[in-house]
Design a protein around this ligand. Structure first.
Ligand code: ATP
Length: 290
């Protein structure tokens, strides 16, 4: 797990990017640090059980795991949204750039530069595309025309449809609008919950390419929750795998993509080729990290 706490403080000029000291490149400092977090819903349902992860400034990090592992709950804990679902962070700390986020109001968390694109392409269906973008800027002083244009530059099809009701957009366009709306809040950490869900492979590629560009061109740090492990590990630098509310494995994305257990369980591949879901289920029982 990356824990390069002091890389930037040794060389204050790094702005979170990898620091060069005496010829050696140190990893970037973490933008986000989640330490030993426990989340309980309805005062009894324990979902996160000591979850820890770290997202280096300027990186793309993938959070993978099977259904019900607690990935969405992790994102909701970070953004303060668990409280809207009768959930509570009962243990641990969540720090963004060294400042504690737990118990802050969700709008304040957005103001601090964290935006979440929730699972299921949540857009305001009765509002136009442009009105959705205006809504995304509510934590800022008002709609920034330059920012709006930037969103249209990344998603040209939204510009053509700016006056159209969001409910009439295709699934892919709604996902683009959901990302565009999150960008209007000027996040430095963008979190996306299963952006590929239900989209055709061509659109998935397009969305992932844009995520990569946002990271490269704007320097936006990205925490990506995905079922599509293959695509996620292609664009991420580091990955975390969670099960039953805690991290069971983490490492550089390329290493995870080569890990035999990850290949069999999450990528559906083995030395002998693609396995059926039945085989994968069978293999699940003897994964090495359990
Ligand atoms: P998926 O990939 O299916 O979305 P996930 O890894 O994102 O799964 P979560 O949605 O975080 O997992 O759910 C983790 C567990 O917490 C599940 O058992 C779920 O039933 C439970 N859970 C999630 N939200 C609530 C809630 N609001 N109240 C009670 N239990 C919840």
């Amino acid at each position: 797990m990356p824990s390069p706490r002091d890389a930037a403080s040794i060389d204050g000029s790094t702005e979170g990017r990898p620091a060069k000291i005496g010829g050696a490149t140190l990893p970037a400092r973490p933008a986000l640090e989640v330490n030993n977090v426990e989340v309980i819903y309805d005062e009894v349902i324990l979902v996160l059980r000591g979850l820890s992860l770290s997202v280096p400034e300027g990186s793309i990090v993938a959070l993978l795991g099977s259904n019900g592992a607690g990935k969405s709950t992790t994102l909701k804990a970070i953004t303060g949204l668990v409280s809207t679902e009768h959930g509570e962070v009962t243990e641990g700390s969540i720090q963004f750039r060294g400042e504690e986020l737990t118990r802050l109001d969700p709008a304040e968390i957005v103001r601090r530069g964290l935006s979440l694109v929730m699972e299921g392409r949540h857009v305001f269906e009765h509002l136009s595309v442009r009105e959705n973008l205006v809504a995304g800027a509510y934590t800022r002083s008002g709609l920034d025309a330059e920012r709006e244009q930037m969103v249209y530059d990344y998603f040209p099809s939204l510009k053509e449809r700016s006056a159209m009701r969001a409910g009439y957009l295709s699934g892919g366009e709604q996902q683009m609008l959901a990302i565009g709306r999150a960008l209007m809040a000027e996040p430095t950490l963008l979190m996306l919950d299963e952006p590929s869900l239900g989209l055709a492979p061509k659109l998935v590629k397009e969305i992932f390419d844009i995520i990569k560009r946002l990271n490269r061109e704007l320097g936006t740090t990205v925490l990506l929750v995905e079922q599509n492990a293959r695509r996620a590990l292609e664009i991420a630098e580091h990955g975390f795998i969670m099960e039953s509310g805690r991290i069971v494995l983490d490492g550089p994305a390329a290493e995870l993509a080569d890990n035999p257990d990850v290949r069999e369980f999450y990528l559906g591949l083995s030395e002998t080729g693609r396995r059926s879901y039945r085989d994968v289920k069978h293999y699940r029982r003897r994964k090495r990290w359990l």
